[in-house]
Design a protein. Structure first.
Length: 206
């Protein structure tokens, strides 16, 4: 999985692809992670260890961006952005969304850090984001993690719901044509049988 530093813009995503056969088109680290690649690597590692995220990436084309930005004082906001190819949308809808600059097909989760210095805040926000990216697990008496999983599952479920509805509509539209073809076939078969019966009758009466 290649990690590159580029601007946080979806227009950049299609320009460079990983030279592999997975559905992960690109993985990029931006913002403060340009200066702290060791922290960015923690996020990449956490993402690779998440089975739900990996399965999602195998099903759909995705571009992943890890991003961190300074907030008020030395607070930091870290985030992961997963832009995916929404296969439930028509090509026309995708085209118009692109023209209008709409970018709704993504999964985004955030984490924050607010310590006494920018580097420590980034370490904290990164650690919190690692937890959010990781699968849910029990630590002591409480559960943590699972936030990314819940977002991905919700997105996947919605796409499958729309695809199911479209498939049902297509089947309903095709049903009359299928019935018509079956009726024509039945008529053709019955006509052949009638001809055979008539020929047999004529032959027998000769």
């Amino acid at each position: 999985m290649q990690v590159q530093n580029v601007g946080l813009s979806q227009n950049n995503y299609s320009q460079k692809h990983n030279p592999n056969f997975t559905a992960i088109k690109s993985v990029k680290c931006d913002g403060l992670y340009k200066k702290y690649p060791e922290l960015a690597n923690e996020l990449v590692t956490a993402f690779k260890k998440n089975p739900t995220a990996m399965e999602f990436c195998k099903k759909y084309d995705v571009d992943v961006v890890f991003y961190a930005v300074k907030q008020m004082q030395d607070a930091v906001e870290s985030s992961i952005h997963i832009f995916f190819d929404n296969i439930s949308k028509s090509k026309a809808r995708k085209f118009f969304d692109k023209v209008l600059g709409k970018n709704e097909d993504k999964v985004v989760i955030h984490a924050w850090g607010n310590e006494y210095s920018l580097p420590r805040s980034l370490e904290k926000s990164t650690a919190n984001l690692v937890v959010n990216i990781s699968p849910e697990r029990k630590v002591g008496d409480r559960f943590c993690g699972g936030l990314l999983d819940s977002h991905i599952n919700a997105v996947d479920k919605e796409m499958q719901r729309v695809l199911k509805i479209k498939a049902q509509k297509t089947q309903e539209k095709e049903a009359p044509l299928v019935n018509k073809k079956e009726t024509e076939k039945d008529l053709q078969n019955a006509t052949f049988k009638l001809k055979d019966s008539i020929d047999s009758l004529i032959k027998k009466g000769s």
